[in-house]
Design a protein around this ligand. Structure first.
Ligand code: FAD
Length: 575
């Protein structure tokens, strides 16, 4: 029996604006719930259900068949879901009182109206305009749609650009930095904040990304603000505030996205941050029988509880399903977004879930962080690589707030476990109890997530105190404290933090007499394990000691932005 919200026996007519992530998902779900509903999807572009997330990889040539980008043709979608798909059709107005929309056929220019019982808006977002003169030049591009992608590819094929400047160092900017490099260009990324992926990562974790990009020849101008783009003979010059400029053959503006909500606003629907549509947890807008999902809506951040814009494909798809349920008379609720996301940047992966440390602080949490560099799988099985894990939790309650991982293999899997743990409301120390699948090619008997749990428990129980990279510079170098590096002499001689003296962990018990018992001791090793062992030895002898969080590998990457070694060797063994 089909369920219909239009009344028993009536055929419900649903109009959907936008036929990609949220809109296409909703159309398919509505059909699966109600075989009789009339479903019309209006899509402004020429494509439906396309893979936005794959677009950069078509430009870089990783995906070489453009048909792979369109998951469904309008005809295929129509056949499978018996939905009326109208591409190149823009909804230009909503009359909420009459329950009609005005549609313009963008090819013929013809305008007409359609009635609806339920209206779902999934119009997505538009690339934010950089707000500088010259941003609409012929060599300036943005990337959102298949048409944008084909335009960039056509330009590359015809003009053979050898260099590109990318304005904006977020996800799309960095995926394009990699893919334009693959396409043979020298690439410069200009980013206003002092770090890349500013909304996703803390500065320390972003250092790994900076190092990776630089090592692959991408030039980074961080803390640089664009003033104007000027077209030159065969190129474009991006002028920077305070002097300086970057010349290139093309410019990609990727400074974020803005919800595409002019249509919603003109219909009297309430909007919030950056014009995002305000919805409740049933994805209902403030106007009766109008629902909205995806990049266009404001969501509740599942960790901070604050209103947020989180433009990601997973949330858009889930919200589309929830709206469809409610349109069809069910009761489904959206629990909020956590911003779980992952990006490939050349040979590394950066993955994140929940709040960063800076976002947690902004949200008013009194938080603690831990940093560890566990191997991706058993060290003795070939191919293991170090990943760097940063986990943020609330002091006292130990509530998990967020995590960031930069590494290679297995970074994505660990972030997903942590995302699940956050969703389940777990405490940071409870991660030690998770029983996770293990065999040498995949993990270690103590998975990196378990290790994070052990560390959190050790800190919470007072077994070990820690200090961090951004506290190290301020440590006195006048002898009033002992700064101790417990790696091997070989490791120490290749580089160490200023003022640290070397006593290898395996000699520590015999050489305790060399350390002043009346002074605090700050201990560092390569990854944090030997320094932890040393802290336990010292604590047992009555020393007041603190363990450096993340180890010298982390310290060096953050302070020098050098590529951190991903290769492993047993702690304490020379390499
Ligand atoms: P969209 O999928 O953008 O669909 C909105 C559609 O509505 C558009 O096709 C538009 O033409 C149409 N439309 C708008 N207004 C009207 C109107 N008035 N009438 C008719 N049609 C209209 N997210 C991830 O989670 N992971 C990734 O790796 C990732 N990579 C991305 C890479 C790129 C290059 C881009 C652009 C986005 C990426 N995203 C990624 C984000 C993800 O694609 C979006 O979050 C998701 O597509 C949002 O779904 P949506 O339905 O809200 O909007």
């Amino acid at each position: 029996m089909s369920m219909s919200a239009a009344g028993e026996g009536d055929q419900m007519k649903v109009i959907i604006v936008g036929g990609v992530a949220g809109g296409a998902t909703a159309a398919a779900r509505i059909r699966r719930l109600d075989e009789t509903a009339e479903i019309i999807v209006f899509e402004r572009s020429g494509f439906v259900s396309y893979a936005n997330c794959g677009l950069p990889y078509y430009i870089g040539g990783v995906i070489d068949d453009r048909r792979a980008l369109t998951l469904q043709t309008p005809e295929g979608f129509k056949r499978r879901y018996a939905a009326d798909i109208r591409v190149r059709s823009e909804v230009t107005a909503i009359d909420a009182a009459q329950k009609t929309v005005t549609v313009r056929d963008t090819e013929s220019g013809r305008e007409y109206t359609e009635k609806y019982d339920k209206l779902l808006l999934s119009p997505g977002a538009v690339p934010t305009r950089p707000g500088i003169p010259g941003a609409d030049g012929k060599r300036v591009f943005t990337l959102r749609t298949v048409e944008d992608t084909l335009g960039i590819r056509a330009f590359i094929d015809s003009d053979r650009p050898r260099s590109a400047v990318i304005l904006g160092g977020g996800y799309i900017g960095l995926e394009m930095a990699e893919n334009l490099s693959r396409a043979g260009m020298t690439v410069t990324v200009v980013q206003r904040p002092g770090q890349l992926l500013n909304n996703a990562l803390d500065f320390d974790m972003a250092s790994f990304v900076h190092a990776e990009l630089r090592s692959k020849g991408v030039k980074l101008l961080l803390g640089a603000e664009a003033e104007a783009a000027e077209e030159t003979d065969g190129g474009v010059v991006l002028r920077l505030k305070g002097g300086g400029s970057v010349s290139a053959d093309m410019l990609l503006a990727a400074v974020g996205v803005t919800p595409d909500t002019a249509l919603a606003r003109s219909a009297g629907i309430e909007t919030g941050i950056k014009g995002g549509i305000v919805v409740n947890d049933r994805m209902e807008t403030t106007v009766k029988d109008i629902y909205a999902v995806g990049d266009a809506v404001c969501v509740r951040h599942a960790v901070s509880g604050r209103e947020a814009l989180i433009p990601l494909a997973g949330p858009a798809n889930k919200q589309g399903r929830i709206a469809a349920d409610n349109i069809c008379g069910r009761d489904s609720r959206y629990l909020g977004s956590m911003g779980s996301s992952v990006i490939k940047i050349f040979d590394i992966t950066a993955a994140v879930t929940g709040l960063t440390e800076k976002a947690a602080e902004r949200a008013g949490f009194d938080c603690e962080r831990i940093v560890l560099s566990p191997p991706s799988h058993a060290e003795y099985y070939p191919g293991a690589r170090s990943m760097t894990v940063k986990m943020v939790f609330e002091k006292g309650s130990m509530r998990l707030l967020g995590a960031q991982i930069v590494g290679g293999e297995g970074a994505d899997k660990r972030i997903d476990v942590l995302a699940t743990a956050i969703r389940a409301g777990m405490r940071a120390d409870e991660l030690k109890d998770l029983e996770l699948a293990y065999a040498p090619p995949y993990s270690s008997a103590k998975d990196p997530v378990n290790m994070a749990g052990f560390m959190a428990e050790n800190i919470a129980s007072g077994l070990v105190k820690q200090f961090h990279w951004d506290e190290t510079e301020a440590l006195p170098k006048d002898g009033s404290v002992t700064l101790l590096d417990v790696r091997t002499p070989g490791e120490y001689s290749k580089g160490h933090a200023e003022g640290f003296v070397n006593i290898p962990v395996d000699e520590l018990r015999e050489r305790l007499g060399e350390i002043d018992r009346t002074k605090p001791v700050y201990v560092m090793c390569q990854s944090g394990i030997r320094s932890y062992i040393s802290c336990r030895i010292l604590a047992a002898e009555g020393f007041d000691c603190s363990n450096f969080s993340g180890g010298y590998r982390f310290y060096k990457c953050v302070t020098e932005e050098k590529v951190a070694s991903q290769s492993l060797y047993p702690c304490g063994m020379e390499k």
